[in-house]
Design a protein around this ligand. Structure first.
Ligand code: UDP
Length: 400
């Protein structure tokens, strides 16, 4: 397992020194992270790297996963959708299932830590079921630019009990919320199998294992099967691009255990790609495959309708691959239009086609964008920066 020292050669001594120094007052403090999945999606991805590093610097950090039923996760996915602006029938029954699941979990979960960090709406009500003896932080990863007002009013009942709210973008701050809000950017871990350097031999072996030929340029989107990711409309863009430049589309996706909508969308996509040899749909959880595909693609698309942050964008940029992404949520923090990719309105199909075609046709532009993208991520979106942000936050919130 990587230790903080291993990051020196990538990020330099200065930030590593800063992290150890900032962590000193927190040595031996006990912190717990609570969320609802250990696999699938950006939150699990971040916690898998962040928590061992927090321990490595000397903070005692635990991680627990809320145990949800299918009913519970069906409801919380609806809440997730509504936080991103969809309509919701907020019935008493939904509220009951939501509360009961959290209450049940609280009975066999003992919290005597110095600080509690709760991720996303699923475990949000837990704060109500404990005698609060320490600061609680709610870390929300979803695109909160335009939440459904009824749901927001309901969730506020719990949020008001928290000491701090962390969001992924300053644009999501809520003026009327009388709880301190701060922004921490998600980030990638350059040493995981998904992001580390891999050899050309391993890339070829992995692509052939998953039957991805490389005789034509590849464009791809790598995302959970979720309607917010715009995957179906990526096919539409691809079909129009292919009329101009012969290429292949790879759609790689995974499911998260807390998202029951994933398998339905996957089924729908399977029917759509049937009998098209240049359109490859893959549903496996494989970090090396993500790594290889992000490196071998000529351009990556992230055609989301809403996006809390969109870690896949930084992951692709880190590998020197330009990204054409929607100008929504956290994507504009990562794509500097014209420098490391393009930002496009998710509904403007014509512009998507033009931008993707342009990058496919211009290898020099691709390589210039690739260089810029890697530097941009190195400067802003590596895990060491997020670690330092969390340590600074804990210093402020825990009463030392
Ligand atoms: N991911 C993956 N395999 C896939 C699709 C996605 O490992 O087939 C990972 C992806 O590499 C990224 C995370 O899932 O680390 C997705 O995070 P993001 O912030 O882009 O979106 P979220 O799923 O959290 O909405």
């Amino acid at each position: 397992m990587a230790s903080l020292d291993d990051y020196r050669k990538i990020v330099g001594d200065e930030i590593i020194g800063k992290i150890f120094k900032a962590a000193t007052p927190l040595l031996g403090k006990r912190v717990i992270h609570l969320n609802s999945t250990y696999q699938g999606g950006g939150v699990a991805e971040i916690l898998t790297s962040l928590i061992p590093l927090m321990n490595d610097v000397g903070i005692d950090v635990d991680w627990k996963i809320l145990h949800g039923t299918l009913d519970f996760f069906t409801i919380t996915k609806k809440f997730h959708n509504a936080l991103q602006g969809e309509k919701l029938n907020l019935s008493e029954i939904k509220k009951r299932v939501y509360m009961e699941c959290n209450e049940r979990f609280s009975v066999y979960t003992h919290i005597d830590h110095d600080c509690v960090i709760v991720h996303d709406p699923q475990p949000l009500p837990l704060v109500k079921f404990f005698r609060k003896k320490q600061p609680w932080i709610w870390r929300c990863h979803v695109d909160m630019s335009n939440p459904n007002p009824e749901l927001w009013a309901y969730l506020k009942l719990f949020i008001l009990r928290y000491n701090e709210v962390i969001l992924s973008n300053e644009n999501y701050f809520k003026q009327e919320l009388p709880v301190p809000q701060s922004c921490i950017y998600p980030s990638l871990d350059p040493l995981t199998p998904k992001n580390k350097e891999i050899s050309d031999k391993l890339i070829s072996k992995t692509l052939s294992k998953f039957k991805i030929p490389t005789d034509k340029p590849i464009i791809s989107q790598i995302s959970r099967f979720d309607k917010w990711k715009g995957t179906e409309s990526v096919i539409e863009v691809y079909e129009l691009v292919k009329r101009k430049v012969d290429c292949r589309l790879v759609l790689l996706g995974s499911m998260a255990t807390d998202d029951p909508e994933g398998p339905m969308l996957y089924e729908k996509l399977t029917r759509r790609v049937m009998d098209n040899k240049d359109l490859i749909l893959i549903a496996v959880e494989n970090q090396i495959l993500v790594n290889a595909l992000q490196r071998v693609s000529s351009v990556i698309l992230q055609k989301s309708l809403k996006e809390g942050f969109g870690l896949t964008v930084s992951e692709s940029l880190w590998k020197g691959t330009p990204v054409v992404g929607s100008c929504v949520g956290g994507i504009p923090l990562q794509i500097i239009d014209g420098k490391n990719g393009y930002l496009v309105d998710p509904k403007n199909t014509e512009e998507w086609v033009d931008r993707v075609t342009e990058i496919l046709r211009k290898p020099k532009l691709r390589s210039k964008m690739g260089d810029f993208g890697r530097e941009w991520v190195k400067k802003n979106f590596l895990i060491t920066r997020q670690l330092l942000d969390y340590i600074n936050l804990l210093q402020r919130v825990i009463n030392i």
